[in-house]
Design a protein around this ligand. Structure first.
Ligand SMILES: NC(=O)c1ccc[n+]([C@@H]2O[C@H](COP(=O)([O-])OP(=O)(O)OC[C@H]3O[C@@H](n4cnc5c(N)ncnc54)[C@H](O)[C@@H]3O)[C@@H](O)[C@H]2O)c1
Length: 442
């Protein structure tokens, strides 16, 4: 198979407008973190675009620049923030309310920048997140009117803030579970469904549709249906607008996509994986509704089967009991605690166990992923790469792939794919790790 020619990547000149749908814990932590980094008051730990290096050429060449020096990414100083939310709180109030960041150290010092980010009215209907009750919503529930209003917001923001380019990222609450149906198959049906206020067209789909119509790359931090609906996937390809997967891969699933490939690499068997979490932030409250949790559950359950391929290894993975639950527990706020009990089998079928207890901070893990997705989606746009960006699978619980392909969940394969894509974009050799050349020259 020959490698396709590298694209020409336009330089990142001018301002990059970032529109976050939702200005809650993740979005306010993202904005605060970027503003703190810009002023040298915090370090963007967890962000590959800001801290990662990339090896180029042979191991003997000693060429490993920072990714941000290798590919022409927008700088943090280029970013201009915009948002929508169901609540009118600006990013200062939202960050203070979310309780993720220390107020003295990480909120007050950038209060001016945070106060400037005031959300636009949300396109929202309570039936998609019934545990949310905010008043800062568009004065219509007509889907067509909501779609038009989002498009107007996008264009007004772009003009007012004098942005050269935009990226939209869904950091809003997880909507109820919607399976793609007939209305999601083609543009004609989708347009008709919008006019008929069809229930299966949720606000997330309207934001995503508006983004694609305006040529704005779209990333989805939550598991609800958006650009993964066939109609929007096709539109993104036709209009050459970058889209990627859904649901930030942060805590327990991040662990899963590291541990499960390890079991499979060693041909160790698995009989059960029991995962449970306690979480007390607003995300946890929304997910406390069964219809919203179902969306999350689907996204979390999918990974093991894709990684372990039980049909290929029925003896090792043909009968795995996999359970995931999230329990809303307010005292913990954003500090999520996840437990995993993993029952594995070894040589001759002897049972063993692995226990994982991850005391994490949800938004601290998600913010750097959001930043990378924003900067890489913008990079893809400047490289003329539209449609599904599978190389961004690294960031998602549910990577988006071409129809008929299974997604790659293994974190390190995802990272290799991401870095090879960057090498290819910049005209460098991709790295296969074959490594024969080091021995042939000896
Ligand atoms: N933090 C993580 O580790 C992580 C990981 C994976 C996915 N996620 C997802 O990211 C999303 C954001 O998480 P969070 O902790 O910031 O939640 P949050 O509840 O703090 O913030 C979400 C915000 O979205 C707003 N919102 C809801 N519907 C909206 C709409 N239609 N338009 C505009 N705004 C709307 C809400 O009012 C709220 O302020 C959630 O869906 C969550 O499941 C988070």
């Amino acid at each position: 198979m020959t490698t396709p020619p590298s694209p020409t990547v336009a330089l990142a000149t001018g301002r990059l407008g970032v529109l976050t749908v939702g200005l809650g814990a993740v979005a306010s932590t993202l904005i605060a973190g970027v503003e703190l980094s810009k002023r040298g008051l915090g370090s963007p730990i967890g962000s590959l675009t800001q801290m990662g290096t990339i090896r180029l050429g042979k191991r003997t060449e000693d060429r490993s620049p920072l990714i941000k020096d290798f590919v022409p990414l927008a700088t943090l100083d280029d970013i201009v923030w915009g948002a929508w939310d169901v609540f009118p709180d600006d990013a200062y109030v939202s960050a203070s309310r979310a309780g993720v960041l220390e107020s003295g150290k990480h909120i007050e010092s950038i209060s001016d920048a945070l106060r400037e980010v005031r959300p636009m009215q949300a396109a929202f209907e309570r039936k998609y997140a019934r545990n949310l009750d905010g008043e800062h919503v568009k004065p219509t529930t007509s889907k067509r009117a909501m779609l038009n209003a989002i498009r107007e917001d996008i264009n007004r923001f772009k003009e007012e803030k004098q942005c050269d380019r935009l990226v939209m990222i869904w950091c809003a609450s997880t909507e109820i579970f919607i399976e793609p149906g007939r209305v999601h198959m083609d543009l004609e049906s989708f347009e008709k469904a919008i006019d008929a206020n069809d229930e299966t067209v949720s606000p997330a789909q309207l934001y995503a549709y508006a983004a694609l119509l305006e040529g704005v790359p779209f990333a989805n931090g939550a598991p609800n249906l958006a650009v993964d609906a066939p109609v929007l996937r096709q539109l993104a390809t036709d209009r050459n607008v970058a889209i990627s997967g859904k649901d930030f891969k942060t805590g327990q699933t991040l662990m899963k996509t590291v541990l499960a490939p390890m079991l499979k690499a060693r041909m160790l068997g698995l009989s059960g994986w029991y995962s449970t979490n306690i979480l007390g932030n607003r995300d946890g409250e929304v997910l406390d509704a069964p219809e919203n949790f179902k969306t999350k559950e689907e996204s979390k359950l999918g990974v093991l089967e894709d990684i372990l391929q039980p049909s290929k290894y029925p003896e090792l993975y043909g009968n795995v009991f996999h359970k995931v639950s999230i329990n809303y527990y307010p005292p913990r706020g954003d500090a999520k605690e996840g437990w995993d009990n993993i029952d594995i089998t070894g040589w001759l079928g002897y049972p063993m166990q692995i226990k994982v207890n991850f005391l994490c901070r949800d938004s601290i893990l998600a913010a750097p992923l959001a930043l990378d997705l924003i900067l890489f989606s913008d990079l893809a746009a400047r490289a003329g790469m539209g449609g599904i960006q599978e190389w961004l699978s690294f960031y998602y619980k549910s990577p988006q792939v071409a129809p008929g392909l299974y997604p790659e969940h293994d974190l390190f394969i995802q990272l290799t794919k991401l870095k090879n894509t960057l090498r290819w974009m910049m005209g460098e050799d991709v790295i296969t790790h074959l490594g024969r050349e080091y021995y042939e020259e000896m």
